[in-house]
Write a protein that binds this ligand. Sequence first.
Ligand code: ZN
Length: 442
Amino acid sequence: MTPFAFENRIWDRAETTPRDRLMALQLQRLRRTVARVAEVPYYKEAFARSGITPRKIKSLDDLRRLPFTTKDDLRRYYPLGFLAVPTEKIVRIHGSSGTTGRPTFVAYTARDRDTWANLCARFLVAGGLRPEHLVQITFGYGLFTGGFGLHYGIEKVGAAIIPAAAGNTPRHLMLIQDLKPQVLVGTPSYSLQIAEVARAQGIDPRSLGLKFAHFGGEPWTEDMRVEIEREFGLLAFNNYGLSEVIGPGVSGECVARRGMHIQEDHFLVECVNPDTLEPVPEGENGELVFTSLTKEAFPIIRYRTRDIASLDSSPCPCRRTTVRMSRVVGRTDDMLIVRGVNVFPSQIEEALLRVEGTAPHYLIEVDRPGAMDMITVKVEMRAQDFSDEMRVMEALRERIDREIQSITGIRVNVELIMPQTLKRSIGKANRVIDHRREKGLI
Ligand SMILES: [Zn+2]
């Protein structure tokens, strides 16, 4: 009898390496990586400035002597200034889109590509994938790493793939109905679109026969997991990665689903305060920073992901020995510091999602009228829930207040406003106005 929802299978014995041996391996690989990047212009300069040589890396603590790398650093050496191998060694190039329009590129050697497939295989198997399964991929195939990363990982496991790619939801639905995959891969929000199209056609998503889903590519909440699992009657697993580090496969959930196991034999992780760059205590939210340990074409040192999450090194019942990361709760770009507490718009959204009767339209205003920071959350009511009765409205307001406080830990002012009063924006909605910035207070 297994205590889990299904059998806990481990793809790669390396995932259960005892901590002391894992750390010795990390140190050996870190030294090799530092040697490998010594001729990469950015690192060459940074190492020369701080007097770093591979020999000076004597313990894992010496990682902190190495420079951070940011997305802006990658942009400065556009397109492939971080390459650590001759171009003829490259077998693949991927990229991630940037706000500037130009992607940042990353490259893989044949060995990197195999490593990547193996890392994806690890989290897929941890989350239920078996060779007998058929998997539908709804990620885009292209410069973005999601489609190809998962594709090669699934092949490695020996399962079959429907490479349906992104877009055309009715077609996705048709393929699921006709070919009956047991596993869905893509972004969590897209699965809900498939459910919506199914319902519009009078099809119960639970009748589609999906058993597992592997989601990544965007932050999502635990509430959304519950919703997706209920909608399809499947088990949904979270995985994490970014192209600068390798793509999907940096971490993923096991059957215990108590955070995502970071593949520490391939990546060193740090969790730092994004302002001071000092490590934060375990369990506290901070910015994730990754150093690759085995990559050949595009090794990266202390890459600042701008993703905010926390780490957990307590033992996991699945027997994997690696540290786990929480869901990504936000991006440093979005983070608001209010009365010394980090608050993310996504946390406020999560609180609102828990309260029936509010529309998904809200505005967060931050101000410092006196000595104290104040947050006001303006929440649109749904037309059918708008009430003339003060008592009803007050109860709803208090409920929202409580949910926000339970998630963020701070009190905010909640204002309920009439339906259709907030300005609608096309594309990414602007949900935050920080008056402190206008006043030059931050
Ligand atoms: Zn585990």
